[in-house]
Design a protein. Sequence first.
Length: 358
Amino acid sequence: MRLDTEKYAYSVEFMCGRLGVSRSGYYDWRSRPESATAQRREELKLLIEKAFDMSDSTYGHRRIQAQLHRWGVAAGVELVRRLMRELGLVPCLPRPKRFSLTRAAAGEVPDLVGRDFTADTPGEKLVGDILLSFEAQRNFTAHGCAANLTVHPCAILVAVSTQSSRMRSVIETRDRILDVSLDVLGENPDAGMGEIASAAGVVRRTVYDHFPSRLDLVRTLTERAVTEITAVLDEVNASGAEADATWVEFIARVWPVAHRYRVLLALRRGEYGEAIHALLGPVDELLADLVKRGQDGGVFAQHLPAGLLSQVAYGVVFAIADSDRSNGTLGARAATITSLLMLGVPETRAIALVGDQP
């Protein structure tokens, strides 16, 4: 029976007598402040719960302890384990990813050629095989396999396999998760896998089947952004226009991409910054080459190295894209003019280059 309720079932004097303690001792215990150790354990519990929620309930005590260390909080592995047990925190680990592209044969397959692939004339023996390869994690293609065969070249059969309905469904689900992730993370960069799964209309296990961790999801989003931005950069660079005019065309065409992937700017400042920075390397190099061409041509400022200046200018584009989501008053025109000013282009020239762009 608790003695700290408003109305006791028994009197304090009666209960203290049964327990063999004095009333003054009981009240002294009630008013005694928590020890420093107890206070620290409660503070650690809050941090442990925060790290556990950030991992979408996937971190065990060792990874939680490593996260606390990254936050500058000292705590032993065993202490973290005990506190997680007190809190009832049990990690939910994703199933290992397994793929199977084979099916059991309906029966014994006869060897009609007796492992002898030699042929005197074309068309005497026909041999075919299928090799499925997963390209860019999206497209399945079939290739004829004719390695080390002495069958006449005209007799090689090239088998083409179409995607199964199940595989198409897997790809569509994966793409839907990625598209929804951009929307959810765009609204809240700290959103967990559970929120993404709910928005995508799937269970959390399905998200983890495609992306074993939140980092894998962020990496895939970054790779998609790099592919789209690089394609735009390659096309505008091929036009042969002046560097400032090329920059204007690039921002105008890449604006929808920057607006869609604006969350990468916020994620790049956090714990995934190193991974995102490494994946954006090809884009950074192309932007630096464009700015260097403008510096050599005298249209861009030279007070900063090309690599750094391009990052400053392009960072403004992403910042405006993120701001445009919240107030809707800015757009590609504002991003283009502002980035040109950052590159050292005079305001009158920047406005003239942009023209009537919305």
